[in-house]
Design a protein around this ligand. Structure first.
Ligand SMILES: CC(C)(COP(=O)(O)OP(=O)(O)OC[C@H]1O[C@@H](n2cnc3c(N)ncnc32)[C@H](O)[C@@H]1OP(=O)(O)O)[C@@H](O)C(=O)NCCC(=O)NCCS
Length: 439
């Protein structure tokens, strides 16, 4: 066996295991264009989704139905047209549109059943009319009003894959045709998905196919592999004619509303979802929200603010005492969470000789608790530990162990501490030792 090659395999297996742990119970929402559902590789894509599902990832599918709707309307000779890229769903056509939407959903359900994955097609979307816009009456074309997230959550917890046809109903039971891109974005936002995927039959974005904003770099093969929210906005303003611009706008909205990552993929590539997830630079274009945007290294001039942030917790003996001298000596270990120039949170990562590190001095201004600032600071520090290839991170805490447990730490023992720290362990303080394994 080729040794280099086997090392690559081992690395990949490690990555898969760690991914598994990181994304246990995470929710992925996939919008799949109808051309992809008709593509020869679609059954392979469903098998890949089944694999992710069997490994604890929750999945919601939103099948696009555009081509199927056109096909059915053509077959029954129902006239149709669009205004500003939006289909006008007439009284005459809406029942055929509904039929096409459910037909595509059915096809997805059938393939999932072939992989032994239970799925459910449902009516979880309350819709309202798009109405009359600039004099055009869009009739039975609607927008998402509400998603019955509780019902969907129950199904996900029971191991089902919910399939959302692009139809919603108002309180009178009138059906509306809704954009499945918009629907997928809304589901991802309302259900706090970790990832939203748009799979279409469009070529990936490359520097040759787009107007490339200046500061955006591409991958080695010239692909636009990732965009932060602000870069995506630049892209939109410079590429209004690109067929993927609408999806990128949806991606920006979703990221702004809390979805971590949106992946825009060419669904005609075999194994596209797995390749996007398990290769460093992916295979499509990822739009991401930077949850760490407000976190930066602590500067000398921040020390006074950080000390006053810590003071109430030091007084309550929740944090061990720290002074200016100590913070100056460990300046590089600390980060702060700052909003409009004001520091609301802080934390540090101290490195030890034997490849372990300690998270310490986590504090959030009492007026800003419950906003996940503390969690972001800890995740940021864990990310640094991962980048440094540190296997274990520990924290000593007297009153906050449940909070760390919630973030994946486990109870440790004195022996787990690096020798240097063990010797200094304060038996009177009797702190709990919490351990986080980065792999
Ligand atoms: C603990 C602390 C960092 C949390 O900051 P935060 O920004 O509010 O954290 P998050 O928003 O990510 O988490 C808030 C959740 O943690 C819970 N929580 C807060 N303190 C907790 C504790 N001591 N034990 C268990 N859970 C706790 C909250 O009830 C809240 O739960 P909810 O989301 O279900 O409402 C902050 O309260 C703090 O500064 N505490 C004092 C200092 C401290 O304990 N530091 C850690 C020792 S190193």
């Amino acid at each position: 066996m080729d040794i280099n090659n086997s090392q690559e395999h081992v690395d990949l297996i490690r990555e898969v295991f760690s991914y598994n742990r990181r994304f246990q119970n995470a929710l992925f929402v996939l919008k799949i264009d109808s051309q992809i559902i008709d593509h020869p590789y679609f059954s392979l894509l469903v098998k890949d989704l089944a694999l992710l599902h069997q490994n604890g990832i929750k999945i919601i599918i939103v099948p696009g139905a555009k081509d199927r709707i056109n096909e059915i309307l053509n077959r029954y000779e129902i006239p149709y047209h669009s205004e500003n890229g939006i289909r006008i769903s007439t009284e005459e056509s809406i029942n055929f549109i509904k039929m096409a939407a459910f037909d595509v959903s059915n096809k997805v359900m059938t393939l999932l059943s072939g992989s032994n994955i239970p799925s459910v097609i449902g009516s979880w979307v309350k819709a309202r009319a798009l109405g009359v816009v600039n004099g055009t009456d869009y009739q039975h074309t609607g927008r998402v009003d509400k998603i019955r997230t509780d019902a969907v959550e129950t199904l996900l917890n029971e191991g089902h894959i919910p399939i959302f046809p692009c139809i919603g109903w108002n309180s009178n039971g009138d059906p509306y045709n809704i954009s499945s891109d918009e629907l997928a974005g809304m589901i991802a936002r309302k259900m706090e998905a970790s990832k939203l995927f748009f799979l279409s039959a469009e070529d990936v974005l490359t520097e040759k196919s787009i107007n490339l904003p200046k500061e955006i770099s591409t991958s080695d093969e010239g692909r636009l592999s990732k965009l932060s929210i602000s870069q995506a906005e630049q892209f939109i303003s410079m590429n209004s004619d690109n067929p993927l611009t609408g999806k990128i706008s949806m991606a920006v909205e979703a990221c702004r509303a809390g979805v971590d990552r949106v992946h825009i993929l060419d669904g005609r590539i075999e194994g596209v979802v797995l390749q996007e997830i398990f290769s460093n630079l992916g295979i499509g274009t990822m739009i991401y929200s930077n949850i760490y945007e407000r976190i930066r290294p602590m500067k000398r001039q921040d020390i006074s603010s950080v000390l006053s942030l810590m003071k109430p917790f030091i007084n309550q003996k929740i944090l061990v005492p720290r002074d200016r001298n100590e913070l100056e000596n460990t300046l590089d270990d600390y980060v702060v969470y700052a909003m409009d120039g004001i520091i609301h949170g802080c934390g540090g990562l101290h490195l030890y000789k034997d490849g372990k590190a300690e998270i310490a001095g986590i504090a959030v201004d009492n007026r800003f608790v419950h906003l996940k600032i503390g969690r972001k600071v800890v995740s940021y520090l864990l990310e640094i530990a991962r980048e440094l290839n540190l296997k274990e991170v520990f924290v000593l805490t007297t009153q906050t162990s449940d909070w760390f447990l919630n973030m994946g730490f486990t109870q440790g023992r004195l022996e787990d501490l690096p020798a240097e720290k063990r010797e200094k362990y304060n038996k009177d303080r009797n702190s709990r030792i919490m351990i986080y394994r980065t792999e």
